[in-house]
Structures are given as C-alpha cells and as structure tokens.
Design a protein around this ligand. Structure first.
Ligand code: DQA
Length: 152
C-alpha cells in the first residue's frame, strides 16, 4: 500500500523559512525521513509539495483512486495556510473518503487566532501538530498501524 505525504504552500521554503517556528530541517530532509519510515513499514511513499491548491486537490483525487482499488494506506496532509482557508480540500477529502491525518509542524493553537480554525480537521481521522518534523514520522507510524493486521 501507498502513503501520500502532501505539503502545501511555502513548505518548499522549509529550513530557511522562520526557522524559530518551523525549525532548520529542509523539505528534502522531511522527504528522506518519510522515505526511511515508509521503508521500515514496507509502505510505498508518494511525496509532494505544491503552492497551488488545485494540485493538492488533484493529488487527493489520485489517492482516492488508489483507495477505491484497496491500494492506499493513507494520506498525511500538511495543507499549510490552505488549512485555514480552503473549502476545496475538505470537499476533496470528503468526496474521496480517503483516511487522512492533518499535520502541522508548529503548534497552530499557540499561534495567531486565524490559525486556530481548520477546515480540514472535521474530515481528518486525526490531527498532529506542534511536534516539528518528527510529526511526519509519527503520522506514517499511525498510517502503518491502521494497515497492520490486528494484534492481540
Ligand atoms: C503549518 C501551520 C500553518 O498555519 C502555516 O500557514 C504553515 C505551516 C505548520 O506546518 O505548522 O504554512 O501548516
């Protein structure tokens, strides 16, 4: 099964963008971390970043296609600023019924009020925020757990 790890606007700037908020790791570091974690769980990784809302919608549709074929493990979405503005993203998640974890590097609840509301959260299975890029590893572990055979 495949895990989609999707990243929204400005996350290509990770490492140099407000490092006091988002840390010093680059998006390439995050991709490597996800790759390693997926290998540990024998999951395939599809990793993407886009500054365009419609591209993120298209990727969710792709994940939805895999979901219908029984080949999707889950989606990890850091929608970045679109978390707080987008209706198209939750519509795509609802429309495809993909199992999804909303992720934020920073603790959005400790920041400006406009970051406290998420349009994604009501259609997400879980939300991870405030753990830095380590959150990506935890999200992949959780997706692997969803797909693991039931244990006693
Ligand atoms: C973010 C938090 C968002 O509020 C912000 O717009 C981002 C990144 C995070 O990962 O902490 O771009 O999603």
């Amino acid at each position: 099964p495949t895990v989609f790890v999707l990243n929204g606007p400005n996350l290509n700037l990770l490492g140099s963008r407000e490092p006091q908020v988002y840390g010093h790791h680059t998006l390439a570091d995050v991709q490597q971390l996800c790759e390693t974690r997926c290998q540990q769980h024998s999951l395939q990784l599809r990793f993407g970043q886009s500054n365009h809302e419609g591209q993120l919608v298209d990727w969710i549709h792709e994940a939805g296609q895999l979901h219908r074929q029984g080949a999707l493990a889950g989606v990890v979405l850091n929608a970045a600023a679109y978390t707080h503005t987008s209706v198209a993203l939750p519509d795509a998640i609802k429309g495809t019924d993909v199992p999804l974890i909303e992720l934020h590097i920073s603790n959005v609840h400790a920041r400006e009020a406009f970051r406290h509301h998420s349009y994604i959260a009501p259609v997400a299975r879980a939300v991870i925020c405030g753990l830095g890029v380590f959150g990506y590893a935890l999200a992949i572990d959780a997706v692997a757990q969803w797909n693991a055979p039931p244990s006693i």
